[in-house]
Design a protein around this ligand. Structure first.
Ligand code: F2R
Ligand code: MG
Ligand code: MG
Length: 349
């Protein structure tokens, strides 16, 4: 479809859910042989599967809260979003949340809480979380606002409800920007896509708080920019092994070790990949490749899925995969409503 078409919205939201549900199988695994990935994916094609048997985890649970809040409030409302996170956690605490963020979600449900950003600030002795929990739910912000400045501002605040460390919320901004650009067709020119992301992050990371966090955590001056330069360098190599990707970019639970990785997965899979079936389309390659990295597979596949889905559109999503994953129908319906909000077309409530 054309720029910011309905197909791209559906592709982004549904593929994020697929990445989470399908990637959950390998979350935390140190090594994932490609044969195991393909076996898992072939299993989804079997007639006996279906009916949403692969459950979504915290990634989708929180993204759904973001979507419902943005749609109901027709914009960003921190009180409403915080309330939804807390309510969702107390209704389904077993979705595999990070061990730190649980404290924030419990505090957010306290009716006497006056500042909804305070529980996040109290995390990790006042340092705040640098986990990828803000980034894993960032895609809907890019689907709600056409203006880049609105995407950055709302994503930052939405992430800061649980992640007050700049290495957490800036990772969320990077993920939202990747979806924002992809939605507009920017992946047609991959070099320009990565150059634009670096230019944006140069500005995003140019704050006192970011410099301070980077210094304390002994990271590069602008950690996300530095990682994106590594992505660019890996893209330029004729051959890259999975081991090199993991050692250069990471596959862990920190936003810094997973958001640039997800972006690399999308870029690397724009063309056929040697170890993957020739019959796979770009979206299938992206999800499969994300799983093969091991580590935080549900989250990396969820983020890569959202970026790739915004590029390839809903037509490239295998029906058999959709049938197996919980929450796909809701995502499909919500994508339509977000598309209307983004384009300011009146939608039925
Ligand atoms: N948590 C998981 N998966 C492992 C456990 C699954 C579960 N027990 C099960 O088996 O069902 N996955 C999900 O968590 C990630 C998102 O995490 P989030 O929301 O960022 O959480 P948190 O707790 O804020 O941060 C995660 C961990 O990172 C470390 N960390 C963060 N900031 C830190 C800091 N300033 N100093 C030291 N460590 C810090 C801590 O270990 C946190 O627990 C996604 O993968 C999602 O799928
Ligand atoms: Mg998860
Ligand atoms: Mg995860």
């Amino acid at each position: 479809g054309g720029q910011a078409s309905l197909s791209r919205f559906r592709g982004a939201l549904v593929s994020g859910v697929l990445g989470d549900c399908i990637g959950g199988e390998f979350e935390g695994a140190e090594e994932v042989p490609m044969e195991s990935v393909l076996e898992h994916l072939y299993g989804l094609d079997e007639e006996t599967r279906g009916d949403g048997i692969l459950e979504y985890s915290d990634d989708t649970a929180m993204a759904r809260c973001v979507v419902q809040s943005l749609l109901t409030r027709t914009g960003f409302d921190e009180q409403d979003m915080a309330r939804r996170f807390a309510k969702e956690y107390s209704a389904s605490p077993g979705r595999g949340y990070g061990s730190g963020v649980i404290q924030v979600l419990k505090k957010l449900s306290c009716p006497r809480l006056s500042d909804v950003f305070q529980p996040a600030r109290d995390q990790f002795n006042g340092r705040g979380s640098f986990g990828n929990g803000g980034a894993m739910r960032a895609a809907p912000f890019a689907l709600a606002f056409p203006d880049k400045a609105d995407v950055k501002r709302s994503t930052r605040l939405g992430a800061m409800l649980t992640h007050s460390c700049s290495l957490g919320y800036n990772g969320a901004i990077l993920q939202a920007l990747a979806v924002h650009f992809s939605l507009q067709g920017a992946l047609e020119t991959p070099q320009k896509f990565i150059t634009n992301l670096i230019a944006e992050m140069e500005e995003v990371e140019d704050t006192e708080a970011a410099r301070n966090d980077a210094r304390i955590l002994k990271e590069a001056d602008k950690p996300f920019c530095e990682r994106l330069h590594r992505v660019k360098e890996l893209m330029e190599r004729s051959k890259v092994s999975i081991e090199e990707v993991i050692s250069e970019l990471g596959n862990g639970i920190a936003a810094l070790h997973s958001v640039p990785t997800a972006i690399f997965c999308v870029l690397h899979c724009l063309k056929p990949v040697e170890c993957l079936p020739q019959t796979y389309n770009g979206l299938e390659r992206t999800i499969a490749y994300s799983l093969a990295l091991g580590g935080d597979t549900d989250t990396i596949a969820c983020m890569a899925g959202a970026i790739a889905g915004a590029h390839y559109g809903s037509e490239s999503i295998p029906q058999t995969w959709m049938r197996c994953c919980e929450g796909v129908e809701d995502a499909d319906r919500d994508a339509e409503r977000l598309h209307a909000l983004y384009h300011q077309i009146p939608f039925k409530r």
